[in-house]
Design a protein around this ligand. Sequence first.
Ligand code: FES
Length: 200
Amino acid sequence: MAASNDSVADGTKSTDAEQQAAANKADEPGGSRRKFLARATLAMGGLLGVATAVPLVGYLFYPVGRKIVRSSDEPIDVIAANELPDDGTPKLVAVNADSVRDAWSVSAAPLGAVWLRRVEGKVEALSSTCPHLGCAIGYDPGSKQYKCPCHRSAFGLDGEKLSGPSKRGMDPLVAKVGADGRIRVTFKKYRPDVSGREEV
Ligand code: FES
C-alpha cells in the first residue's frame, strides 16, 4: 500500500514538474526574444499596410480633393517691366500660379499666357486665349494684328475684333507694375463663343 501511495505521490510531483518546466521555458531569454520578434513582425506588417493603403486610397479617389486652378485671385508676377519693348510691340508671357497643392505635392501650375505691351506709359494685357473656341492667339508684326490660326479671327492691337467667327474681342486682363518694377497680372478665363464675358 505504501508503495502505491508513493506512486500516486510521484505522479502528482511529475505533473507539477512538467508545468513548472513549461512556465520556465516561456520565461527563458529565448522565449522572450521569440515574443518580441513576433510582435515586431506584426507591427512592421501593419506599418507597411498603412503605407501601401494611403496612396492607393488617394489614387482611387483622384481627383477628389485636388485643387484645379483656372484663375488666380492674387496678381501673379510674370515679367520685369523693362523686358517689354518700348515701341509698343506685344510680348507673349506665360502665366504660372505660384503654387498649387494636390494630394502629393506643391508645384507651379501653368494657367495660360498673356500678350503684354506698353501703351502710353502703362502696361496693357490681353489674354492669348481666343474667345472663339480657345485656341492660342498669335501676333502678326506685318499687319500689327493679333490672329488666331484656328478659324482666322483677327484682332487689333487694342484687342478689338476685326474679322472672323469670334463673337467678341480679346479678353483684357488687369496688369500692374509694382514698386519693384515687376508686372503682375490677375489672370481670368472667360466662357468661349459668347458675346459677353462670363468668368469660368
Ligand atoms: S478658336 Fe480662334 S478663331 Fe476659332
